[in-house]
Design a protein around this ligand. Structure first.
Ligand code: SF4
Length: 181
């Protein structure tokens, strides 16, 4: 049978473990943040350092995991941040759409409007992408088109680069995957 002192000791050990884990998470996220030059702001969510829980939209039936969600220090707005390892002078359109989808998810998750998101590329360039009505409707029409393609079986690969398949999360299931050299 466990005694009173043992129980107190156990509780103290558990509290210490939880505290140390929280500190480790904080500094792990901060290290990645500094590595990628993520702007300052309260960190509400992170999928870098260690995996975060996927955000899900009941309204649009989409889900996804932005790399970060920050609270803008000046305005208090909730801002999704997506980090890309490649370099780009200008943000790619597919990255803008992905960020737009995250804006929708953050809106629903936190019950707030999202004015913009941030794309960070491997060369340290940051691009603030305003979440305009145009981007919102482009995201939704793209989601609809993806659903239609899946339903009528007209999905096709849109590239010829095996390296993209090697690193793809859908490699095991994809019938269009290219083999590497
Ligand atoms: S494995 Fe399939 S889904 Fe992934 S990049 Fe290759 S073709 Fe696209």
């Amino acid at each position: 049978m466990i005694g009173y002192l043992d129980a107190v000791l156990l509780l103290l050990v558990m509290a210490t473990v939880v505290f140390v884990a929280a500190i480790w998470r904080h500094y792990s996220a901060r290290g990645v943040r500094e590595q990628y030059g993520i702007p300052e702001g309260e960190l509400l969510y992170s999928d870098l350092g260690e995996p975060g829980e996927a955000l899900f939209s009941e309204k649009y039936r989409i889900s996804g995991k932005p790399d970060y969600v920050l609270r803008d220090e000046m305005t208090g707005a909730y801002i999704p941040v997506e980090v890309k390892s490649g370099r780009a002078k200008k943000p790619y359109w597919n990255h803008i759409l992905q960020l737009g989808a995250y804006c929708l998810l953050v809106e629903e998750r936190y019950g707030t409007s999202v004015p913009y998101g941030i794309l960070v590329y491997g060369d340290g360039r940051q691009h603030r992408i305003d979440f305009t009505d145009t981007i919102r409707s482009q995201v939704l029409s793209t989601v609809e088109e993806m659903r239609r393609c899946i339903k009528d079986g007209t999905v096709r690969r849109n590239h010829t680069a095996p390296v993209r398949c090697v690193n793809c999360a859908y490699l095991a299931e994809c019938i269009y995957a290219l083999e590497g050299d």
